[in-house]
Ligand binder design. Structure first.
Ligand code: ZN
Ligand code: ZN
Length: 193
């Protein structure tokens, strides 16, 4: 039921619904870079002479290639989408699963409470129910309105790469529960892309 995303390479690549904006981003980066390489860098290389001169156009082209790779990798990777449920959870099961307690004053049966208390490292965390994905969002998970999916450790939706910036971009790992977080994350993801 995830009709919004574009899947490529047998589901290994997941692009957001606005992934075409990557073409604009690429042209905005590559046009000035190509002009620099074509009309400036070789003249600079001549002026500077050997041994450092030839590195000017090479470095410019390498930076361009690296930018392109990072942009496509960011745009095409699963940011940490939480798989949707096909049917809402059973209110009876919620009380049995032990890890959470129903909110005080919530209807005892039949309807799903809008929030649940979940214990994380001995602390009580309120988690909200997502009606679109039919699940209780894990802590720090948010629903992206552009992708129409719940995304773990959601930071923001980046229009330049057409993808959510979330745990997988930040940690670079495939396991989103990993604690290897980098603090420069939210500022670097967009500027690198
Ligand atoms: Zn959701
Ligand atoms: Zn998104």
């Amino acid at each position: 039921s995830c009709t919004w995303q574009k899947f490529l390479c047998g589901g290994r690549c997941i692009f957001g619904p606005d992934a075409n904006s990557i073409y604009l981003s690429v042209s905005l980066i590559m046009t000035p870079l190509a002009l620099f390489v074509a009309f400036v860098s070789f003249r600079l290389a001549e002026l500077m002479g050997k041994p450092l001169g030839p590195f000017i156009p090479r470095t410019a082209m390498a930076v361009g290639a690296f930018d392109l790779i990072v942009l496509v990798l960011t745009s095409g990777r699963d940011p940490g989408i939480v798989p949707r449920n096909t049917k809402p959870p059973d209110p009876e099961d919620l009380q049995l699963d032990g890890m959470a307690s129903p909110m005080a004053g919530a209807p005892s049966s039949g309807t799903l409470p809008p929030t649940r208390d979940v214990y994380v490292n001995g602390m009580v965390v309120k988690v909200k129910y997502c009606h679109t994905c039919m699940l209780y969002r894990p802590p720090r998970c948010s629903h992206c309105s552009v992708c129409n999916n719940c995304v773990e450790r959601f930071d923001h939706h980046c229009p330049w790469v057409g993808q959510c910036i979330a745990c997988r971009e930040i940690t670079g790992s495939s396991s989103c529960s990993s604690r290897r977080r980098r603090s420069f994350a939210s500022t670097c993801s967009c500027s690198a892309g």
